[in-house]
Design a protein around this ligand. Structure first.
Ligand code: NAI
Ligand code: A1CAB
Length: 264
């Protein structure tokens, strides 16, 4: 697979690391306006770093766009005459509708809209995807690419904004929960490094319990909460202080903001 990542910033580089991590490409182009900071990626023999988007498009089949929304239309204009039936166009751009892409490059292109998260760099992204009509023929390819770097789910385009909040912003939300747990562990006497180790591996274990067994969180909670024990005492205090409520309210506020940005 010949992959180009157009816009090697935070997310673009995370995808590049994920591709390298999973040996997912025969060749990979990384583009950015100023390439100095990412030149070191050329140490991987099959990677070319350039500021020339047209060169990247000419030499690749799978084009992954990870630029800021305000730059995307101009870049599509810049490369559209080079697109052919070998190209699969994957956008990660927040809020940029497929119809807007089709208005620039035409509907006769394989278009995939995706919403990965930065855990793609360690092969563990939750990635939501949807396609244009023609892109349905390449959905298996898109799933194969993203499943090598985590887990993917096909959703209707209307749910893309909500997926952005849960999956992309979600990384930040979970980080804060892990940090708060770490702070609690330090208060109980662990040093900072150990505290984080306990917090992140326990978080990982909790997620994997659900992923592997398919159980509901409350079922797993029931297994841990000894009657009159310490777990239920702590859990109830967290709920009295608004744990679930604050998370839900934060998610909804984030969703309102993303819709506001889109309208703006
Ligand atoms: N950061 C995240 O977790 C996620 C971000 N996204 C979306 O991905 C996109 C990128 O986000 P970030 O990586 O955070 O932004 P960023 O600003 O870190 O990266 C964008 C990159 O594009 C480059 N660029 C600008 N103009 C260019 C051009 N003409 N040709 C080639 N490269 C060009 C910039 O130099 C920069 O390195 C955004 O649309 C964002 O909404 C989507 C999911 C998650
Ligand atoms: O915070 C944001 O608006 C973008 C979208 C998802 C991740 N970063």
């Amino acid at each position: 697979m010949k992959i180009a990542i157009i816009g090697a910033g935070n997310l673009g580089l995370a995808i590049a690391k994920g591709v390298l991590h999973s040996n997912g490409a025969t060749t990979m182009y990384l583009t950015k306006r100023n390439t100095v900071e990412i030149q070191n990626f050329e140490k991987y023999g099959n990677v070319t770093v350039t500021s020339n988007n047209r060169e990247a498009v000419k030499n690749s089949d799978v084009l992954i766009f990870a630029v800021q929304p305000g730059h995307f239309a101009a870049i599509l204009e810049e490369i559209k005459d080079l697109l052919n039936e070998n190209h699969v166009i994957i956008s990660t751009i927040t809020g940029f509708r497929i119809s807007k892409m089709e208005a620039i490059i035409g509907s006769d292109q394989y278009i995939i809209r995706s919403m990965p998260n930065t855990a793609i760099s360690v092969g563990n992204s939750m990635t939501c995807i949807c396609t244009n009509e023609l892109g349905k023929k390449r959905i298996d390819l898109a799933k194969a690419i993203f499943n090598r770097m985590g887990h993917s789910l096909e959703i209707p385009e209307e749910q893309m904004q909500a997926a952005t909040v849960i999956c992309a912003s979600g990384i930040a939300f979970w980080m804060r929960l892990i940090r708060a747990t770490t702070q609690g562990a330090i208060q109980l006497g662990f040093d900072a490094k150990e505290a984080q180790e306990l917090a992140m591996h326990t978080c990982n274990g909790a997620a994997n319990l659900l992923i592997d067994s398919g159980t509901h969180p409350e079922e797993e909670i029931d297994r841990v909460t000894t009657p009159k024990g310490c777990t239920i005492e702590g859990l109830n205090e967290m709920e009295h202080q608004g744990l679930s409520s604050s998370l839900i309210k934060g998610i909804v506020t984030s969703f309102e903001k993303i819709n506001q940005i889109r309208k703006g």
